[in-house]
Ligand binder design. Structure first.
Ligand code: GLN
Length: 253
């Protein structure tokens, strides 16, 4: 299954988050340590999403760089990542679930308005299992899914609640529970940020968190120096750069 990370804190280079650390996301693309039976490498594309440092009037909202190729084949990435700094980042390397389409549009992070989103896992019984949930979405949202992939539908379900003004943590928790109820046995680790707040779930996949006094990093696998704390399975994590709350979610039997 894919590997992903989110960072909130003082601006850092994308390279220092994604490429340079020991067992970085870059390395996790070909040598992940904790895939829990969900594949072996994460070579079906990669994506970086970040909120630009500085004057948001120059470029409002997040910026994204996605490719369908393995992250290690992109010869432009090291230079780009070393020269871009951000204080709010989501990055992912993809191992496409069997039966899901391949291509840049299927790679996280997904983005709508001021939100960046990533999903690590799979919806069981896709696509039939989610039909009833999908039917509740505006047709225009379904027509505009990035790709016919479970992660994009999961994002559309959450984004629909956000557009109704539901707080992000409530939107994520409700959709994860709803999907689990129609598609038991799903793996639903998600990351969502608007650049200020981070909402994440651990739902049958690995997730770990690293804190400093002014930053929070959440990742599928620990990387770099410092202490990482595993997030218990079936948890909801809500953080800012300086706050962190982890609460249990009601899980399957
Ligand atoms: N199911 C999603 C996809 O196919 C996520 C895959 C993953 O976590 N490995 O892209």
């Amino acid at each position: 299954m894919c590997r992903h990370l989110a960072y909130l804190g003082p601006p850092v280079t994308l390279a220092s988050l994604v490429l340079e650390p020991e067992h970085s996301l870059f390395e996790q693309s070909w040598a992940p340590a904790d895939m829990r039976g969900g594949g072996t490498v994460n070579a079906d594309g990669f994506g970086l999403g970040w909120f630009p440092e500085g004057d948001t009037a120059v470029y409002g909202g997040p910026v994204r760089y996605r490719r369908s190729v393995p992250i290690w084949t992109d010869e432009n990435l090291p230079g780009l990542a070393a020269s871009i700094r951000s204080g709010a980042v989501i990055a992912a390397v993809r191992n496409g679930t069997v039966g899901m389409p391949y291509g840049q549009a299927a790679v996280a992070p997904f983005m709508v308005g001021n939100w960046l989103f990533s999903h690590n896992g799979r919806i069981a019984g896709w696509p039939e299992s989610t039909q009833k949930l999908a039917e509740r979405l505006p047709v225009a949202d379904l027509l505009q899914l990035d790709a016919p992939v479970d992660s994009a539908l999961l994002w559309a379900l959450i984004a629909d609640r956000l557009s109704d003004g539901i707080p992000p943590a409530d939107a994520v928790a409700a959709v994860v529970q709803e999907v689990e109820s129609v598609a038991p046995g799903s793996r639903l680790n998600v990351l969502l940020t608007d650049g200020e707040q981070l909402v994440a779930t651990s739902w049958t996949h690995s997730l770990t968190v690293h804190r400093t006094p002014d930053s929070v990093t959440v990742s599928s696998e620990p990387f770099g120096p410092g202490t990482w704390t595993p997030v218990p399975d079936h948890s909801l994590l809500v953080a800012t750069a300086t706050t962190l709350h982890i609460t249990p979610m009601e899980g399957p039997e």
